[in-house]
Design a protein around this ligand. Sequence first.
Ligand code: ADP
Ligand code: MG
Length: 240
Amino acid sequence: MIEVRGLHKRFGDHVALRDVDLEVSRGEVVVVIGPSGSGKSTLCRCLNRLETPDAGEVRIDGAPLPAEGRALARLRADVGMVFQSFNLFQHRTVLDNLTLAPVRVRGLSRAEAEERARELLDRVGIGGQAGKLPAQLSGGQQQRAAIARALAMRPKALLFDEPTSALDPEMVGEVLDVMTGLARDGMTMVVVTHEMGFARQVADRVVFMADGEVVETGAPAAFFDSPASDRARDFLAKVL
Ligand code: ADP
Ligand code: MG
């Protein structure tokens, strides 16, 4: 579903991504881990063209990424993204957050969009919060609303960039539970996270990045129990 070949991205003199290859199959959950600054966010952002790569190729379902216009809006609907900082529209209700884009980009009627939004809010456990503004919700509830908003577009795949890093510790579990449910339901997911328990239990595959490169990739048990590279061993010694 997602194919990345030879991806390069630099910011000025700094090389953020160096010859990155990645494949994600339909229904697969790939967890990306690595030290701060290793290029994890940049990789995610290249997958739905929030960043423009300098070289290399990204294909979604076999098609290269569109650069602009309606095709790009559709791509971002197909490959949804959930950010560390929730990024909800602060002046709109939770319900509006879930209905605006499906009406505009997917062409749903207001009634269809609202029915689906209410189902999704129930699914992530915040059905009672539909009429509130984001600021009236806890961080965990806001992040669950952000996940529901991405789901409202019926995405082919979802990208998560450290979705629990901004949360108070007691709210991390409720967001990881929603993500685990999505994984079990067969959603194709790329998840950047420092939650090693989630990586071990939910990932089909772990990708370890350092210095802009994919250093190793493997099944979670093999990666965590016997990492092949020194850089992965050093990293795991610090975080586990
Ligand atoms: P990670 O998510 O793994 O912490 P990032 O992908 O955010 O890493 O960043 C990789 C490197 O690229 C870092 O050195 C970061 O400072 C740099 N970088 C990321 N985005 C920008 C930007 N917009 N401008 C300049 N440098 C950037
Ligand atoms: Mg990052």
